[in-house]
Design a protein around this ligand. Sequence first.
Ligand code: BG6
Length: 489
Amino acid sequence: DGMPTCDFTIVGATGDLSLRKLVPALYRREAEDQLRPGTRIIGVSRSDLDDDGYRAVVGEALAHHIGDELDPVVVVRLLARVHHLVLDAATPDGWHLLHHLLKEGDPDAVRVFYLATAPALFGPICHRLDEIGVVDPSARVVLEKPIGTDLASARAVNDAVGQVFDEQQIFRIDHYLGKESVQNLLVTRFANTFLEPLWNSRWVDHVQITVSETLGVGERGDYYDGSGALRDMVQNHLLQLLCLVAMEPPTYVGRETVRDEKLKVLQALKPMSADDVDRDTVRGRYGQGLADGVAVPSYTEELGRPGSATETFVALRAEVQNWRWAGVPFYLRTGKRMDRKISEIVVVFKEPPHAMFPHHEGTQPSPAANRLHIQVQPDEGMQLHMTAKEPGPGGIRLRPVSLDLSYATAFDARMPDAYERLLMDVIRGNPTLFMRRDEVEAAWTWVEPILRRWSVTPDRPRRYPAGTSGPTAAATLIERDGRTWQESD
Ligand code: BG6
């Protein structure tokens, strides 16, 4: 499978992302024998831990996140690869130790530097790596979002990292792209013939993309309050989903071809004027309410900052100005502390052009528009909603029915976490599922006018009770166009 031996250095090795996502993903790949002999995992953090100390931390994280399935034999194999260095990006002290450790390894090992840190440290860490001379031409750096908080700061981060690594060496993670169901979007669209002829403004009425969560901001308040839902979710995950729904077929799936097509979609998004922002975006923030039946505090209470104007919910109406999609609205919404955790894409087709079935007073619903629900998570799958004849001798009665594809029943396999795929792609050197600099910057270019307008309007985010589907204004946003948010059953 083209997997080389690797020195996988994680900077920020004791942080939440490392322990919750990276370490379990590496464990899963170890269990599948995908890590080559000689591959090492080098944790770097400010925590005062030696190799064994960090191994204990990793062991605990695995017990917590893998649980009952944990295989002690695999754990021993994984831990034997693990090292730890106490380093601080703020000072040059000790970084030569990383140089020595890397020198001791397999000379052919691919060097991966995974920066699981605050983005403000991306530049300084790259600078340290450069200083100690460990960035060879096959080295790779992995960056987590957020890349910047607006276009200028994203450029500054990209410039700083770009001084040390070439663009081909930079892997920017949007973990949504690693989700099985998201990768399947391309396959659904382009490995089948029956959808593509309908996938345009002639037959599609509109598209909805919903990513709702039941969690609040919890421990992440410090980061989140400076970010908000637009930067945290829309600028990256929701726009990436939109790209995969709207893009043209590339000639083949290659390192740049998919990204080229996604970029064209981002560049075709209709820029929002101040009036557009006022009309086509809704900001919300959760108040007190319920999460899974338990009473929870409001966002500002959770945060302890009553003055905050940060949004925890966004709904907006976007348009892709190109031949395929002209005039088709894309409604996007995302929020924390909503009524359920679901990520889904709904493609709503136009009504049949002619109503040929007679209406019988009150008993005959007119055929509903066809809808394709693509469920990204949980319960990955797809439903095609259509109209059928209700069985019976009493003439033709129409009833809504659905074709239902569930991944769990169609495939007897564990659904790997997004990070498993993405980490292996980094080691293999396959950048297809990572965000290129121009994509990140095009996304910021589109998002920025919204941020700018929000920062000057006197309006505040609208309150919605925790455990609901967001502020009523979000329903109004779509209903004024004669449409409604589609919830899957
Ligand atoms: C992250 C955001 O990128 O995505 C979080 O920073 C959010 O705020 C998370 O909770 C959602 O990811 P998933 O995979 O749980 O849908």
